[in-house]
Ligand binder design. Structure first.
Ligand SMILES: Nc1ncnc2c1ncn2[C@@H]1O[C@H](COP(=O)(O)OP(=O)(O)OP(=O)(O)O)[C@@H](O)[C@H]1O
Ligand SMILES: [Mg+2]
Length: 317
């Protein structure tokens, strides 16, 4: 049991530090930091805060300066951020074929741009390619053909040592929470900062603040098993945004939640988006998508079949 917990902790730590290699091992790229770099991206500079700053954030993913400061996240009085002129994510004729299914691409010839400050729903039936799409963005998977870039940096050419820095700019939220069972809400969120080397001072100030923002100020010392599903997902969201990533990607974040709780989670994601964070949500949740009136991208058998501003889930879905 202890061994299982250790393994779980190691996996989550790798995930949070951006070092979980997914399928990358097969490529055997050198896992080292380039000479002359600290290996750390300046999160302060990248963090979206207000309308004007939100236009800048993802421009300098190649910066490797160390920042100890984390800018404040103001969800109480969020600015409404309009998508800015520079795409954060560019899919250019991207296909993904899994070796186990060589004749059926999981994604086929996808071209799409996501702009800084956008909120985008990715919808489609089971097996349509939503998770594959998400996992390409954080470079858990590599494209089979086509070009994919995030923050102006090509993920096709990206060296392996660079991947953790990419991932530190992308908050990830999953359906199954991935919280460490023997750590409190505070400790689970703190862990995300510890693995990227943040100081105790930053952790002591930033963690309660972010947990307050997601409405869990009175649950700091609770273990996951003492929290409801919606509360656990809030801890995950707090963990994903605590270092102020400019991009938040969520794979079925409300998949295990009842409609009322799901609405609360989506409203929280909407508030985070209004602070300037670009938010991408893969979901089955048709009612939610219809009620939120955001951009909707629909996949069907790996093909992009619809891309609609202020869309609804789809008449035939
Ligand atoms: N590791 C894998 N190896 C082979 N095929 C895979 C792998 N992962 C996914 N697939 C296939 O790729 C296609 C897309 O899968 P994906 O998980 O992206 O779909 P999804 O839209 O997220 O589905 P769901 O809504 O059920 O989560 C499916 O046909 C699936 O069987
Ligand atoms: Mg999926």
């Amino acid at each position: 049991m202890t061994e299982e917990k250790d393994t779980a902790a190691r996996l989550v730590a790798q995930l949070l530090a951006g070092e979980h290699s997914g399928e990358l091992d097969e490529f055997g790229e050198p896992d080292q930091v380039a000479p002359g770099t600290t290996g750390l991206i300046d999160l302060g500079e990248l963090a979206p805060l207000a309308v004007d700053e939100a236009r800048v954030p993802l421009a300098s993913i190649s910066d490797n300066h160390l920042s100890n400061e984390l800018p404040a996240l103001d969800l109480e009085t969020p600015a409404v951020v309009r998508p800015s002129g520079r795409p954060v994510i560019v899919f250019d004729h991207v296909s993904k074929v899994y070796p186990a299914q060589p004749n059926k691409p999981a994604l086929a010839n996808i071209s799409l741009e996501v702009y800084a400050g956008e909120f985008l729903f990715l919808v489609g039936h089971s097996g349509s390619g939503k998770s594959t799409f998400i996992r390409l963005i954080n470079r858990e998977l590599r494209v089979t053909s086509g070009k994919l870039s995030v923050a102006g940096e090509s993920l096709v050419k990206m060296r392996r040592w660079r991947i953790p820095f990419l991932r530190r700019n992308i908050g990830c939220v999953y359906q199954d929470y991935k919280l460490l069972p023997d750590k409190t809400s505070f400790q689970n969120v703190a862990f995300a900062l510890e693995v990227i080397g943040k100081s105790r001072h930053i952790i002591r100030t930033q963690v309660p603040e972010v947990l307050r923002l997601v409405g869990l100020e009175d649950k700091l010392n609770m273990l996951p098993e003492q929290l409801s599903g919606g509360e656990q997902q809030r801890v995950c969201i707090a963990r994903a945004i605590v270092n102020r990533p400019p991009l938040l990607i969520c794979d079925e974040p409300t998949g295990n939640l009842d409609p009322q709780t799901s609405l609360g989670i989506m409203r929280l994601l909407d508030r985070i988006n209004r602070t300037g964070t670009t938010v991408l949500v893969a979901t089955h949740d048709r009612e939610m998508v219809d009620s939120m009136r955001k951009r909707v991208v629909a996949l069907e058998n790996g093909y992009l079949v619809r891309d609609q501003d202020r869309g609804v889930y789809g008449l035939d879905a």
